[in-house]
Write a protein that binds this ligand. Structure first.
Ligand SMILES: Cc1cc2nc3c(=O)[nH]c(=O)nc-3n(C[C@H](O)[C@H](O)[C@H](O)COP(=O)(O)OP(=O)(O)OC[C@H]3O[C@@H](n4cnc5c(N)ncnc54)[C@H](O)[C@@H]3O)c2cc1C
Length: 411
């Protein structure tokens, strides 16, 4: 790739566009609403693994403008339920192969992920997660302050802080990635196989006749289709309402921020559920930090001073040496929170209307696996075993997949 770039620079050639604009056709076999990593991954796998290429991805703004371009890029599979661990583990494996598959570097850095425990009950939860993880073949174990200090020398493991560190769940395959590269990679390869990506195309209605989807209305005209996938994350209830489907989802803003660049000093990802913060250091040297969702449901994507104040105080409890470091920017995205902190994937009560939603604060890591398994469902009409536990019907069947205990931070 680097040689190709160098050759293009020397020859004065322009780098070819990664995806092309197209005229909107009046009908597609599959319409995917939402140009985030999930929608684009599904389009990619429909074309790659099932030869279904008469597909449109409709995006109201630009691709990656939702959570896929706003997240803090943490990828891991150390969840709490066997169903969750198996599902997210397939995603980690797909991420491991992604650079080779896309033929460019998505900068997946598997540097290790530590979830700190500050109380005896948190240590018990970490022990339980480690055992569930190991039974599913996932590398994850409980470690104690000496080893935490070896992995992360700047952290304060003394008994001075308000919540001293008692242990951590250590998950070596956990890592960070370039989120834009993931979005653009799926877009590029889906486009090459014939998928149409329509940016600045907002879906304004869904037509349903005799309980079957027949088309979608957009700001660029009507499209006939028998299959619609709702992959709009924070906006998913608004799209489901158009098809007359109710989702048990509430949208909350989630904020994050980065500091000015520092020399590399943090080799692992640190998460503290009790302090409601997490931090990693990007390849540019910035500390990428986040916390829990804002306390009120809203579609606002504005940052707040309260977030920065709370986060800074808690980060300094872990890393007192950062007291002179300045925050450079902050932003927010929308999170489609479910009652059990697991996603909702699959069919709905309306034929041809499928959902890949409920990604809350945890969905970026699942983009490859959900895209791949939703494509399989669309192509075969059969729900793959891996995503069956996450069906919408679980809320009526009292069969929830409780993952709140494995959320990065308390919410
Ligand atoms: C600050 C922050 C940090 C996060 N950190 C992590 C993390 O570290 N790890 C992790 O795994 N997850 C994380 N997440 C969650 C993750 O970002 C999301 O779950 C994930 O990106 C959802 O991807 P998606 O493709 O489903 O949706 P999105 O990327 O949100 O895409 C949905 C798209 O739908 C479009 N859309 C909406 N309505 C319409 C319409 N009517 N017509 C057409 N298009 C429409 C939107 O414009 C948007 O681009 C974080 C989220 C935030 C906000």
């Amino acid at each position: 790739m680097q040689f190709k770039l160098l050759r293009q620079a020397i020859n004065g050639k322009h780098i070819p566009r990664m995806w092309r604009p197209h005229e909107l056709k009046d009908s597609y076999d599959v319409v995917i609403i939402g140009g985030g990593a999930h929608g684009l991954a599904c389009a990619y796998y429909l074309a790659k693994e099932h030869g279904i290429t008469n597909v449109a991805v409709l995006e109201k703004r630009y691709i990656g403008s939702g959570g896929s371009g706003r997240n803090t890029t943490i990828i891991r599979s150390n969840y709490l339920t066997p169903e969750g661990v198996r599902f997210y583990d397939e995603s980690v494996k797909l991420y491991e192969d992604m650079s080779a598959e896309f033929e460019f570097n998505v900068m997946f850095s598997q540097r290790g992920h530590l979830t700190l425990a500050h109380t005896d009950s948190a240590v018990r939860t970490m022990r339980r997660r480690a055992e569930v993880n190991q039974l599913q073949g996932v590398d994850s174990r409980l470690i104690f302050p000496d080893e935490i200090k070896r992995l992360c020398p700047p952290i304060d493991i003394s008994d001075h802080p308000r919540y001293p560190i008692l242990g951590a769940l250590y998950h070596p395959p956990g890592g960070i990635i370039r989120h834009d590269a993931v979005v653009w990679g799926y877009a590029q390869h889906a486009d090459r196989m014939g998928v149409h990506i329509h940016q600045l195309t907002e879906v304004t209605g869904i037509t349903v006749e005799d309980n079957r989807v027949t088309g979608v209305d957009t700001t660029s005209g009507h499209i006939k289709t028998g299959t619609v996938l709702n992959a709009t994350a924070g906006w998913c209830s608004t799209i489901a309402n158009m098809a007359g489907v109710r989702l048990p989802i509430t949208t909350f803003p989630l904020q994050a921020c980065v500091t000015e660049p520092l020399k590399p000093f943090l080799d692992v990802i640190i998460v503290s559920g009790s302090l409601h913060v997490y931090v990693s250091q990007s390849d540019r040297g910035e500390l990428v930090m986040g916390a829990s969702v804002d306390p009120h449901a809203s579609y606002s994507m504005l940052g707040s001073l309260a977030f920065i104040e709370g986060l800074a105080g808690h980060i300094l409890e872990l890393f007192p040496s950062l007291r002179h470091v300045r925050i450079m920017r902050q932003w927010a995205g929308l999170c489609d929170m479910t009652p059990d902190f697991s996603p909702i994937m699959g069919v709905t009560g309306v034929d041809g209307f499928l959902v890949d939603v409920g990604w809350g604060t945890w969905g970026f890591k699942a983009s490859p696996v959900s895209g791949r398994r939703m494509a399989e469902l669309i192509a075969t009409g059969q729900t793959p075993d891996l995503i069956h536990p996450f069906r919408l019907a679980r809320f009526y069947e009292d069969d929830l997949v409780g993952e709140k205990g494995a959320a990065s931070v308390g919410h």
